[in-house]
Design a protein. Structure first.
Length: 151
């Protein structure tokens, strides 16, 4: 998702750069309308060339970012299988709601005897699983602080 936003931003900037460059180039034209037309032609051409080069660089950067995003997408597809496996191990079940796959489970509410049904998307599930693993590792590293129960 991050790469998509970055690509979108790069494309917007690539489209907006010529407009702003053209506006800046128009200001000297109106201020020096009494000068000869030949004197104004050379700076406009240089500005247009610089503008074209900047736009080409932005497009190349956007394409490189898109290629990197495609490489990550292939890694994510293998990641999806591991997420589904971990989801099933932790009690999440895949369901289809409005054509989208979501993962649901029944969670007990604190202070109540009732449980609530909780459904999350795949991205949210990945974040929840990652957070749970992080918390588990933190407990392993620092122990339970003497409150482990038992003797």
């Amino acid at each position: 998702m991050y790469y998509f936003k970055l690509n979108l931003l790069a494309l917007i900037l690539a489209a907006a750069t010529p407009v702003y460059a053209q506006q800046a180039a128009d200001v000297p034209k109106t201020a020096t309308a009494t000068e000869a037309p030949a004197a104004n032609a050379a700076p406009d051409t240089a500005a247009a060339d610089a503008e074209a080069a900047a736009t080409a660089a932005l497009i190349a950067k956007a394409n490189a970012t898109a290629a990197a995003g495609a490489a990550k997408a292939s890694v994510k597809s293998t990641d999806t299988a591991s997420i589904v496996k971990k989801a099933k191990q932790t009690g999440w079940r895949p369901e289809v709601h409005n054509g989208n796959t979501v993962y649901c489970r029944n969670d007990a509410e604190v202070g109540s005897r009732f449980s609530t049904r909780r459904c999350v998307s795949e991205i949210q599930l990945a974040n929840l699983i990652e957070q749970a693993e992080f918390d588990k590792d933190q407990l392993k590293q620092r122990g339970c602080g003497g409150n482990c129960g038992g003797k």
